[in-house]
Design a protein around this ligand. Structure first.
Ligand SMILES: Nc1ncnc2c1ncn2[C@@H]1O[C@H](COP(=O)(O)OP(=O)(O)OP(=O)(O)O)[C@@H](O)[C@H]1O
Ligand SMILES: [Mg+2]
Length: 245
């Protein structure tokens, strides 16, 4: 089996509400996989389960051959990195210090119990700021960045880790076309050789980036396929794409 991520029969509810109902999803190693679907379909909840913020009621989650079902975030941090639908940078730290934190976290997972080479952490932080186009804002407090800049920083923080599996929740939300194009190029470049699962509502972004797409509607995966297959799928068009593409 060559899967980076396997979800088996995942179910999750909050009180009487069934949010996810028997979700099966296989993301192959090295693939860029998009998860699309209407608002409230359960996409972010699925990310919460994969990244250990919540436990599934039923089902199994396997990442790179290891069962991570219900493991808390620190236990899965080496396996996967995640960005959130809402920005989660440290507003009171400088842009550079935000990136240093991410680079340090990545380094400490590699050099656990050993001396941390601060110069390589710094170099990595600066290189990532360059890549996300924020080098000129390095000394600025993160709270003073525009929304799109904060999203770019958030993305850089997730991508600065060495985690082989990256989960991004609506990385281009709130960006204008030019900003989104740059963010997508960055995502493409920095996920090369890794595995990406990305939630995205912007269909241009999805069809341009994804090798395969899964469609979640009312807590169930109704289709998985290549962009062409998903575009041509009648159920998908009726349930979702008809409204947005
Ligand atoms: N902690 C919670 N407690 C109760 N209900 C929740 C909780 N988290 C999510 N839900 C509900 O679960 C459903 C799915 O929410 P979720 O955020 O996963 O959707 P989504 O597909 O990410 O939507 P969007 O595209 O709008 O981000 C919604 O009806 C939401 O209200
Ligand atoms: Mg969501």
């Amino acid at each position: 089996m060559n899967a980076a991520l396997e979800l088996h029969r995942i179910a999750k509810g909050f009180g009487a509400t069934r949010v996810l109902q028997g979700v099966d999803l296989h993301v192959a190693r090295g693939e860029r996989h998009a998860l699309i679907g209407p608002n409230g379909a359960g996409k972010s909840t699925l990310f919460d389960l994969i990244s250990g913020r919540a436990r599934p009621d039923e089902g199994r989650i396997v990442a790179n051959g290891t069962d991570i079902t219900g493991k808390p975030p620190p236990r899965v941090a080496r396996t996967l990195a995640r960005s959130f639908q809402t920005t989660s940078v440290f507003g009171g730290l400088s842009v550079l210090d935000n990136m240093r934190c991410a680079a340090l976290a990545a380094a400490s997972s590699r050099f656990i119990d050993r001396w941390l080479p601060s110069r390589s952490v710094d170099a990595r932080a600066h290189a990532m700021l360059d890549a996300i186009g924020l080098a000129a804002r390095a000394g600025e407090l993160a709270a003073r960045l525009t929304y799109a800049e904060q999203r770019a920083l958030d993305l850089g923080i997730a991508l600065a880790t060495d985690a082989p599996l990256i989960l991004l929740d609506e990385p281009t939300a709130g960006m204008n076309r030019a900003e989104a194009t740059r963010a997508l190029a960055l995502i493409r470049a920095t996920t090369e050789g890794r595995t990406l699962l990305v939630i995205e509502h912007d269909m241009d972004a999805v069809f341009g980036l994804a090798d395969r797409i899964s469609v979640l509607v009312q807590g169930r995966v109704i289709a998985t396929g290549t962009p062409d297959e998903i575009r041509a799928n009648r159920d998908v068009r009726e349930a979702y794409l008809g409204g947005v593409a």
